[in-house]
Design a binder for this molecule. Sequence first.
Ligand SMILES: Nc1ncnc2c1ncn2[C@@H]1O[C@H](COP(=O)(O)OP(=O)(O)O)[C@@H](O)[C@H]1O
Ligand SMILES: [Mg+2]
Length: 503
Amino acid sequence: MRLELRGLTKRFGSLLANDRIDLAVAPGEIHCLLGENGAGKSTLMNMLYGLLQPDAGEILLDGRALRVLSPGDAIAAGIGMVHQHFMLVPVFTVAENLMLGREPTKGFVLDRAAARRRVRELSERYGLPVDPDALVSRLSVGEQQRVEILKALSHEVSVLILDEPTAVLTPQEIDELMGVLRTIASGGASIIFITHKLREVTAIADRITVIRRGAVVATVAPDTPESELAELMVGRSVELVVAKTPAAPRGPALRVRELTVVDAAGAVVVDDLTFDIDGGEIVGIAGVVGNGQSELVHALLGLRAPVRGSIAVRGRELTGLGPRQHLAAGIGYVPEDRSHDGYIGSFSVAENLVLDLVDRPEFSRRGILSPTAVRRNASRRVAEFDIRTQSVEEPVRSLSGGNQQKIVLAREMSRPLAVLIAGQPTRGLDVGSIEFVHGRIVRERDQGTAVLIVSSELDEIYALADRIIVMYRGRIVGIVGPQTPRDRLGLMMAGGSGGDDDA
Ligand SMILES: Nc1ncnc2c1ncn2[C@@H]1O[C@H](COP(=O)(O)OP(=O)(O)O)[C@@H](O)[C@H]1O
Ligand SMILES: [Mg+2]
């Protein structure tokens, strides 16, 4: 069926999230919707799926206007959606999740045999293997996504929407997904594939529509150069490659030996890790989220005591000491979840810029904070890090994600560091802010700091890392150089041995 959106408009208060959007998708077409975070992609799809009601505009299927007041209406019209955040019930099995809301019943009992059969049949038809009896909570994220897709396909779909489906997948899983989408499209269904990753659109799309600030800026062919797509997305030309000379290592700054950490249940989550990071180099930790990276970072910060092994910064033994001593030893930290650990939303920009520096002599005397010194520091950092804010008195909560992240970076980089640890430093940021944050991280390296980057985005690892450590199930699978091909890294991220190379 031919889908057409005409003039779709959605406001949230004073924010115009979608501004008269036109979009046409042909049967069998894979149409990519490309745009930065906050551009309005999910809003548009939520209107198509009946989760939001448009303020103006219409949705047409084969030329007939369609009213979509709920996801039920969308499903009945043949529109399926795989959400950005999975919506499965973890304590249910795959078959139970697929049948939720419309169980095939035998009398009053759920017909489990029929449900299982249906899962097998769909799995086979689309080449998406899953065990119908597996508990969803036991599945990897890649497998959970397969279930989400099967669930959408368990209804007759003529339009399938996937909202940022690759965020949590390994490169191999992404390739598999692309194959599955091709199969579905070749059966005549239209696919709307939402992403902010340029590599993906050029690989999969038949056509690409770029959305910026709620409006369509262009619909282009997939052979459009990535630089051009980036410019359409951002509205100005962007540096896609981080300018960076080879690392000039200055001797070990961080030394980790046989580090072992267990979780609350006593399971080993960081398993016997040994590595060094030199001052002046960036080491990237690659791995699918949930393979011990967060626990490693927490141990390095003294937030979690290891059960075995040691951590030393510039020769100073830190094992068993708390976060204060770790920070005092020269560790800077840009947390993965910045809204939780990085800043205090109700505090002003100026206050957040001195959060863990308040006992330093330049800001306070005999325990009394100097408002002038705090404000002067803030003005300097705001200018230096190009933080967009009305004033330094504004609460950080009301700034955009990119500017909040710059505040965390500005604060952490405003004292001399031996080691900088950054978790997912650019997650959720727009391309312009990513460019800036990457530039500052490289500059920190060039000043002699040892940098540890944890990222599930291979593009980010490749952009920054001088060496790459791959983690899987709490262990180091390999330590490799930055030239290591993507498919080899992908295999290692899935636990396959990649072995160590010359790095
Ligand atoms: N329910 C909502 N209420 C208020 N603002 C919203 C809501 N949903 C989205 N927004 C805002 O609308 C804009 C577009 O968001 P979204 O469609 O999620 O973007 P994208 O999916 O492209 O990242 C953003 O500025 C976002 O903060
Ligand atoms: Mg979105």
